[in-house]
Write a protein that binds this ligand. Structure first.
Ligand code: BYC
Length: 478
């Protein structure tokens, strides 16, 4: 079904044909807009931003670009096309028709997963709220806002499911999604990483690379769901999500590129000579590594415990599948299978075979790690092409964890177990210190001239929508 833009809420779900749902969503809409004005991007409510908006769900040409003020963005409800005669692809009900309604016995599990997914979307907008004030360019500012409005739309995607399929409970949950606040002591967001600060643009790029990639993995798993409306919703969200990870990957590439260029121009041969590199006004590679360590491990926590009965139950029930489930060649039930899990055994990190069903979080996390490596290869290529012997690496999964098997121990990024005293003495060798944060903050002065870029980041190779380098992506009212 085509997207209807005449409606107050653009949609391709025939909202006009379901009056009570339409009323419920139209009732929620002003609350969403209030939330956006209060907790969305600061200071830029009246700026004209060059944004893409979904106009179809066709993978080839789904978005159009145009100038819009963010509070007037057309947030809507879009489902990917239905797959005819779609069947449940895993679990106890493998091969049965996918559900078009919520099965009573799975109601609370489905609700919990949809609410958890929904909670991350406004959380991320809140986390990134102040970044516009220190943008390195109009190009980057526009990308930040694109990510923001689409996370807002992903909130709409989950609120639609809650309000359409979960009655009064769903409406209450939709209100709660606007009530919790990232980092709030009394009413925090649900998952750890979404209560962390994102204080500078390097954090933003790390966040969009590592945390949005957890989003990708989780959405892929939910796109396998036997609950067809959830599957179709997630499939379309994934189309939008790709750009967010692109922003992260190219953002980090551009920071690394600029640092390497500046080091070469200054004749610096040792990239770990932090004081010398910082004196050039660029971010040294060891500090980039520390930020990477932080955001990667916060994102690992988002996969939950390595061994989880929640994950097994959701799989058995046909609610949450594996990454690329349909392409995996096995029985899709996993009753007799095992999967190797890293565990703490007698004070050592060991690989232990666990039932594959309870190890599903670990498996998804392994798929995630493999996906993360691709960016590191690109960043390391930039470093080696510049002639430097330095490699960015992913830390061991036992390092800096708050969830799962390693939450009560300390380990170095190489996976060597250490005691509390050593950890406290050395943690800032591996994670950003206040001084590191202060240094990065000192570089974060806004650059808003057309075609101009902050001196700590290279310009992108191509513009958004093939726009030229001097394109005014955001018109800021002065
Ligand atoms: N922080 O059995 P366990 C995105 C809780 S990101 C706090 O180990 P389970 C995005 C857990 O809720 C993707 N609590 O794990 C990115 C449970 O609590 P209850 C978001 C945590 O349930 C960037 C208890 O610990 N989507 O889209 O198998 C920008 C035991 O749980 C954490 C999803 O996450 C944590 N890190 O799996 C914008 C998909 N981890 O229920 C957006 C939906 C676990 O016992 N969610 N807990 O009170 C899920 O699939 C699962 O809820 C989880 C956890 C994977 C998160």
């Amino acid at each position: 079904m085509a997207i209807d833009y005449q409606e107050l809420i653009p949609n391709n779900v025939n909202l006009a044909g379901d009056r009570s749902l339409q009323r419920a969503l139209e009732h929620w809409q002003p609350h969403f807009l209030d939330w956006w004005r209060q907790l969305g991007p600061s200071d830029f409510l009246s700026a004209d931003v060059y944004l893409r908006t979904a106009t179809s769900v066709d993978a080839k040409g789904w978005a159009t670009y145009g100038t819009v003020k963010m509070p007037e963005y057309r947030w809507g409800i879009f489902l990917a096309d239905a797959v005819p005669d779609r069947r449940i692809g895993f679990g106890d009900e493998f091969g049965k028709p996918a559900w078009q309604q919520v099965p009573g016995e799975h109601r609370s599990t489905l609700r919990r997963l949809i609410v958890t997914q929904g909670d991350t979307e406004p959380a991320s907008v809140e986390q990134l709220r102040r970044l516009g004030e220190t943008c390195p360019s109009l190009y980057d500012l526009r990308n930040l806002f694109q990510v923001n409005v689409e996370e807002g739309r992903h909130l709409w995607a989950m609120v639609y499911l809650l309000q359409k399929y979960f009655g009064r409970d769903g409406r209450e949950e939709a209100d709660e999604l606007l009530r919790r606040r990232s980092g709030d002591a009394d009413s925090p967001r649900m998952l750890g990483a979404f209560n962390e600060a994102t204080p500078d643009w390097l954090s933003f790029f790390m966040f969009t690379y590592f945390t949005d990639r957890d989003g990708k993995m989780q959405l892929h798993s939910l796109a396998q769901s036997g609950f067809d409306p959830l599957s179709r919703t997630c499939r379309f969200m994934l189309t939008e999500e790709a750009h967010h990870m692109f922003v992260g990957e190219t953002g980090i590439s551009r920071v690394v590129q600029r640092t390497c260029e500046a080091m070469r121009a200054a004749g610096i041969s040792d990239p770990t000579d932090i004081a010398k590199v910082r004196a050039l006004g660029v971010i040294d590679l060891p500090t980039i590594q520390k930020k990477l360590n932080l955001h990667y491990t916060l994102s690992l926590d988002l996969f939950g415990s390595e061994v989880s009965t929640n994950a097994a139950n959701a799989f058995n029930a046909g609610i949450k599948g594996r990454y690329h489930e349909t392409q995996i060649k096995d029985d899709h039930r996993l009753q007799n299978d095992t999967y190797p899990v890293l565990k703490l055994v007698d004070g050592q990190i060991k690989r232990v075979d666990e039932p594959a069903l309870t190890a599903l979080n670990m498996r998804l996390r392994d798929d995630y790690t493999q996906d993360c490596v691709k960016g590191l290869l690109r960043w390391n290529k930039i470093i080696s092409l510049a002639g430097y012997d330095f490699k960015l690496t992913l830390p061991n999964v036992a390092f800096h964890r708050a969830i799962g098997e390693f939450k009560d121990i300390h380990a170095t990024p190489d996976g060597v177990l250490i005691d509390d005293a050593t950890w406290n003495r050395r943690r800032h060798e591996w994670l950003p210190s206040t001084a590191d944060g202060d240094f990065i903050a000192s570089l974060m002065t806004p650059v808003t001239g057309t075609g101009e870029f902050a001196p700590w980041i290279s310009p992108p190779k191509v513009g958004i929508d093939n726009k030229p380098g001097d394109f005014e992506y955001v018109k800021i009212e002065t």
